[in-house]
Design a protein around this ligand. Structure first.
Ligand code: 26Q
Length: 823
């Protein structure tokens, strides 16, 4: 064909159309007339992927020709990438061209985008943060690889049945995943178990070798990560576990066929499923196997590249900066030590220097129960050589502590890598701290609390290692892709550089005073709400009014995030309406979304409480449709892209001191929602940026929470002294929300009345009063819009580009690598 010469690279509609046709025919074996929607989707995706790989090859060439810089390795057990088609079209700058190309075949691009299944290879904030950072690294032209696990089943898919969460396995691969390329020829071996033995090498040196009990194969699957309107295309490299041999022939020959197959199944179990708890890790052997599996694959891959490009083992850190996304990949520290010592013969001091200079550690939680530990016997059985290395790291660490703090054995006990109380176990956060040159929290308050509470001993000994890097989100996915209406208005008003210079949104500020602009601003929001209302109708059967205030809380279900505080407010409004149906209330649509860990009973009960509240309120004639409560099932990146742009009010109501940062708070505010929130995580910094007048603040501070607890907090007393609160809690306890079953919410109510560790009752009145101020502002649409505009205008700090620049400067010491034009 006449456009055939650029069928794999051309960016015009004609080339794209030809490319999709070719893929339909030669990959899917279909004519356009007989092709299914999935055939068209896959053909479209392959056509886009060609353009990504072309840029990926050029990016690698650029790296080979200037091999002096560092490459970032982002080590993460989770990458929550979200749908790829629309984001890649936007980054390539061919959204309109592809729409035109498909339209020529009578296909709507919107249907292709809707059809896409997202890989849910993460739980929530931490996994999505990794994905935003890959987008920003590529956009800033920093060479980088994301290393993780290619789970066959990602986070479960959530259904709501009879108001309860039901989990279904996530078969994200079932129609084929077109964005990745398997690279079986680059597979590596990973060893487990067995034992170690000392030997003397040819030079008479004492060495150790590890004789494993089990070997599995790691097969890399690469997904290209293109930056926004740049040539840099990085890589997400996820590893799948396979048996080393498909058949164990010796077992086969002796007739034990079943056992041979069994071993294969065992190997493949490692990358089978994502653990769906985002806190309170249980010390499951399989989870440790997952962690070591992907880390061993990643470090081998990095070291192999380093040596192939002429590097020596002792200069590894000059080419690689590896970031530990929480403690999940921390076994990388003894793994790199093992390779440098045992395989490459480095002395301990030199190997340790390389290792510390290579790693940085990001902490994402203060919850003591979320700090990972592994029982020593389990760790040693799976990784006997690593345990020896950990003991030697610990011996040197404890010696160092004793030198600096003679006689302070209590300090040694606290900082030791080994917890000696109860079942002896390995403290992964301590291992990450000792093995890294940089340690950071994810928001200013979080880093301060980390330094003053969880890691204060480490600050005392290694103060120079600590820094803060406040989280950010990518404005490409969460505004350009998710909110085309707002994006168009921003382009026309401020110019179109804001997706890469988010501070440029400051140019919006003067327009907040322009009545015509505010009217257009409201129109964009109103259209987004209309679209979400249609989807809500479709998925839940609930009709909601796009002109009502959309009050939204979407995030994992957790007691510390306090979805139940939100419910207490809803029931407060409901009771007021029951007492006086003519009360002039602001019509509101309350939307909740989020998954509960399958074993977290209270979280599942909170979902039931939300749906039961909806059942009570939605069709009550006294309410007259003024309050609607919706539980939006299966919250995901894809659903988030529909929900954030339609929000008027963003609920960020965690107990102060509990939410490390939050990133949904940023996604909402960037899309023009106002925030009702506590002084927690990045909320504090958002409020600092947008101005206290443009933020609905309530609740105790982290300090006040601490002293309230120290002084003996009695939630029962709060309940007894607050008539409205008492009535609402009694309503829940009465069984009125549970078809008369007073036992259903008993545990929840008793927990609040007698323990309330998350200060729900303590913050109730402050929250309800704050919601009254929200309602008053809503009645003045111009005042509301003015605030909404100023919120968006002042969110520049929360681009993940800023976060990545901070990491480059403070942690990785890397700079951009431009990719030259063709040739
Ligand atoms: C650990 C061991 C075993 C099984 C599961 C886990 C596990 C998995 C995921 C533990 C924690 C997580 C996820 C944590 C997480 O998402 N934390 C959030 O990180 C965000 C990004 O920094 C912050 O914005 C949130 O405040 C924080 O809660």
């Amino acid at each position: 064909s006449e456009s055939g010469h650029d069928v794999r690279t051309g960016l015009d509609a004609a080339s794209l159309s030809q490319a999709v046709c070719d893929y339909l025919y030669y990959f899917q074996g279909r004519h356009p007339a007989t092709a299914s929607r999935n055939d068209f989707y896959l053909a479209t995706a392959y056509a886009v992927r060609d353009r990504l790989f072309q840029r990926g090859v050029q990016s690698l060439d650029a790296l080979l020709h200037r091999p002096d810089g560092r490459t970032v390795a982002y080590l993460s057990a989770e990458f929550l990438m979200g749908p790829q088609l629309a984001a890649n079209l936007v980054n390539l700058g061919i959204h309109d061209a592809m729409r035109e190309a498909l339209w020529r075949m009578d296909i709507r691009l919107e249907d292709m985008i809707e059809h896409e299944v997202e890989p849910g290879l993460g739980n929530g904030g931490l996994g999505r943060l990794a994905a935003c950072y890959l987008d920003s690294l590529a956009t800033l032209e920093i060479p980088a690889i994301g290393y993780g696990i290619r789970y066959e089943f990602g986070i479960f898919s959530q259904q709501i049945r009879d108001g309860w969460q039901v989990e279904l396995t996530d078969k994200w691969l079932h129609l084929g995943y077109p964005w990745e390329l398997a690279r079986p020829e680059r597979a590596v071996a990973v060893r487990f178990g067995g034992y170690t033995e000392p030997y003397t090498d040819e030079d008479g040196r004492y060495r150790v070798r590890w004789i494993p009990g089990e070997i599995v194969k790691g097969v890399p699957h690469d997904t290209p990560i293109l930056g926004y309107r740049v040539k840099t295309c990085n890589l997400l490299r996820l590893w799948r576990a396979e048996a080393v041999q498909t058949f164990d022939f010796s077992a086969f020959n002796i007739g034990d066929y079943a056992r041979a197959v069994e071993e294969q199944v065992t190997s493949e179990t490692i990358s089978k499923v994502l653990y769906p708890n985002d806190a309170s890790p249980q010390g499951k052997a399989l989870r440790l196997k997952q962690q070591y599996f992907f880390v061993a694959c990643a470090i081998q891959d990095m070291l192999r590249a380093h040596l192939r490009f002429g590097g020596r083992p002792e200069t590894f850190h000059k080419r690689w900066a590896a970031q530990l996304n929480d403690t999940h990949p921390t076994v990388a520290v003894p793994e790199l030590m093992r390779l440098l010592l045992d395989d490459h013969g480095l002395e301990w001091e030199e190997a340790w220097d390389v290792t510390q200079k290579t790693f940085g550690y990001t902490n994402h939680t203060l919850l003591p129960e979320a700090l990972e530990t592994w029982p020593i016997d389990l760790f040693g059985a799976l990784l006997p050589r690593h345990l020896e290395i950990v003991f030697e790291i610990n011996r040197r660490l404890c010696d160092g502590i004793r030198r600096v703090y003679p006689g302070d054995e209590d300090r040694v006990r606290r900082m030791s890598l080994i917890e000696e109380q109860g079942r002896r176990s390995l403290r992964m956060a301590n291992l990450a701290c000792v093995g890294s040159h940089a340690i950071n929290g994810v928001a200013a308050l979080h880093t301060e609390l980390l330094k003053s509470q969880v890691l204060s001993d480490w600050v005392a000994m290694f103060p120079e290692r600590f820094c803060n890097v406040t989280n950010g989100v990518t404005p490409r996915r969460f505004v350009v892709v998710a909110n085309p209406g707002l994006s168009g208005l921003l382009d026309r008003t401020t110019g179109d550089d804001w997706p890469v210079h988010l501070d440029a949104l400051r140019r919006l500020e003067p327009h907040a005073e322009d009545a015509e602009f505010r009217r257009r601003w409201r129109e964009v929001k109103r259209e987004n709400k209309r679209q979400l209302a249609a989807v809500i109708r479709d998925r839940t059967g609930i009709a909601v009014d796009p002109d009502s205030l959309f009050d939204i809380q979407v995030k994992r279900i957790h007691e510390y995030k306090r979805q139940h505080l939100n419910v207490l407010h809803i029931l407060t409004l409901y009771r007021r309406l029951k007492q006086n149906p003519d009360l002039d209330v602001v019509p509101r649509t309350f939307v909740f979304g989020g998954k509960a860990a399958p074993g977290y009973h209270v979280a599942k009960l909170i979902i039931k409480l939300i749906t039961a509240t909806g059942d009570l309120v939605n069709d009550d004639p006294d309410v007259r449709g003024r309050l609607k409560v919706v539980f939006f099932p299966n919250f995901s990146v894809k659903n988030g892209e529909m929900i954030y742009p339609a929000a008027d009010l963003s609920e960020q109501i965690s107990t102060a001191g509990q939410e490390a940062s939050g990133t949904g708070n940023m996604k909402f505010s960037l899309n023009g929602a106002l925030t009702i929130g506590t002084l927690d995580g990045a909320n504090i910094e958002i409020r600092d940026e947008v101005g206290a007048d443009n933020f609905f603040l309530f609740g105790l501070t982290a300090d006040e929470v601490r002293s309230a607890k120290a002084g003996g907090y009695h939630p029962r007393g709060v309940y007894e002294q607050n008539e409205e609160l008492r009535a609402v809690v009694d309503l829940i306890a009465s069984g009125a929300l549970a078809g008369g079953d007073a036992a259903l919410f008993r545990s929840l109510v008793d927990g609040l009345l007698w323990h309330d560790p998350f200060m729900v009752l303590a913050d109730y009145q402050s929250y309800v009063d704050c919601q009254t101020r929200v309602a008053a502002l809503w009645r003045d649409p111009d005042a509301w819009s003015r605030m909404s505009i100023l919120n968006v205008a002042r969110m520049g700090k929360f681009s993940s580009d800023r976060s990545i620049r901070d990491y480059c400067e403070r942690v990785w010491h890397v700079g951009p690598l431009g990719v030259p034009t063709e040739g």
